[in-house]
Design a protein around this ligand. Sequence first.
Ligand code: SF4
Length: 86
Amino acid sequence: MGLMAQSESREETVMKIIHEKAKCIGCGSCVSLCPKYFEMKEEGKAHLKGSEKDSKTEVETLEVSDPGCAKEAVEVCPVQIIKIKE
Ligand code: SF4
Protein backbone atom coordinates (compact mmCIF):
# COMPACT_ATOMS: atom_id res chain seq x y z
CA MET A 1 0.00 0.00 0.00
CA GLY A 2 2.74 2.45 1.00
CA LEU A 3 4.62 1.82 -2.23
CA MET A 4 1.56 2.36 -4.34
CA ALA A 5 0.80 5.73 -2.78
CA GLN A 6 4.36 6.77 -3.39
CA SER A 7 4.39 5.96 -7.08
CA GLU A 8 1.05 7.63 -7.57
CA SER A 9 2.18 10.88 -6.07
CA ARG A 10 5.36 10.95 -8.14
CA GLU A 11 5.15 13.24 -11.12
CA GLU A 12 4.67 11.21 -14.25
CA THR A 13 5.89 12.38 -17.59
CA VAL A 14 3.51 11.24 -20.22
CA MET A 15 5.05 11.02 -23.63
CA LYS A 16 3.46 10.09 -26.90
CA ILE A 17 4.81 7.76 -29.50
CA ILE A 18 3.37 8.66 -32.89
CA HIS A 19 3.41 6.48 -35.99
CA GLU A 20 2.11 7.79 -39.30
CA LYS A 21 1.01 4.42 -40.53
CA ALA A 22 -0.24 5.61 -43.94
CA LYS A 23 3.34 6.53 -44.92
CA CYS A 24 4.95 3.33 -43.64
CA ILE A 25 6.90 1.44 -46.30
CA GLY A 26 7.12 -1.69 -44.17
CA CYS A 27 10.90 -1.92 -44.03
CA GLY A 28 10.67 -3.64 -40.65
CA SER A 29 13.49 -1.69 -38.97
CA CYS A 30 11.34 -0.43 -36.12
CA VAL A 31 10.04 -3.94 -35.47
CA SER A 32 13.49 -5.49 -35.25
CA LEU A 33 14.88 -2.67 -33.12
CA CYS A 34 11.86 -2.15 -30.91
CA PRO A 35 9.57 -5.20 -30.76
CA LYS A 36 8.25 -3.90 -27.45
CA TYR A 37 6.25 -1.25 -29.26
CA PHE A 38 6.17 -2.28 -32.92
CA GLU A 39 4.94 -5.31 -34.82
CA MET A 40 4.46 -6.06 -38.51
CA LYS A 41 0.93 -6.48 -39.78
CA GLU A 42 -0.38 -8.58 -42.66
CA GLU A 43 -0.86 -5.52 -44.84
CA GLY A 44 2.90 -5.02 -44.74
CA LYS A 45 2.97 -2.03 -42.45
CA ALA A 46 4.23 -1.65 -38.94
CA HIS A 47 1.73 -1.28 -36.12
CA LEU A 48 2.30 0.56 -32.86
CA LYS A 49 1.13 -1.97 -30.29
CA GLY A 50 -1.78 -0.94 -28.12
CA SER A 51 -2.12 2.40 -29.85
CA GLU A 52 -5.17 4.38 -30.77
CA LYS A 53 -5.61 5.03 -34.47
CA ASP A 54 -7.18 8.08 -35.99
CA SER A 55 -9.58 6.66 -38.56
CA LYS A 56 -9.10 9.52 -41.01
CA THR A 57 -5.36 10.12 -40.89
CA GLU A 58 -4.29 6.58 -39.87
CA VAL A 59 -1.95 8.14 -37.34
CA GLU A 60 -1.34 5.81 -34.41
CA THR A 61 -0.68 7.28 -30.99
CA LEU A 62 0.40 5.61 -27.78
CA GLU A 63 0.93 7.29 -24.43
CA VAL A 64 3.89 5.96 -22.46
CA SER A 65 5.92 7.06 -19.49
CA ASP A 66 9.17 5.77 -20.97
CA PRO A 67 9.53 5.52 -24.76
CA GLY A 68 12.65 3.35 -24.37
CA CYS A 69 13.56 1.60 -27.62
CA ALA A 70 11.03 3.70 -29.56
CA LYS A 71 13.71 6.41 -29.52
CA GLU A 72 15.88 4.14 -31.62
CA ALA A 73 12.97 3.44 -33.94
CA VAL A 74 12.64 7.19 -34.49
CA GLU A 75 16.29 7.32 -35.57
CA VAL A 76 16.14 4.31 -37.84
CA CYS A 77 12.88 4.84 -39.74
CA PRO A 78 13.89 5.65 -43.34
CA VAL A 79 10.78 7.73 -44.01
CA GLN A 80 10.83 9.45 -40.59
CA ILE A 81 7.26 8.77 -39.63
CA ILE A 82 7.88 7.76 -36.03
CA LYS A 83 7.93 10.62 -33.56
CA ILE A 84 8.04 11.10 -29.82
CA LYS A 85 6.30 14.06 -28.27
CA GLU A 86 6.31 15.22 -24.68
S1 SF4 B 1 10.90 1.83 -39.68
FE1 SF4 B 1 9.36 3.27 -40.50
S2 SF4 B 1 8.97 2.61 -42.60
FE2 SF4 B 1 10.05 0.94 -41.56
S3 SF4 B 1 8.39 -0.40 -40.84
FE3 SF4 B 1 8.88 1.01 -39.17
S4 SF4 B 1 7.50 2.75 -39.41
FE4 SF4 B 1 7.46 1.60 -41.31
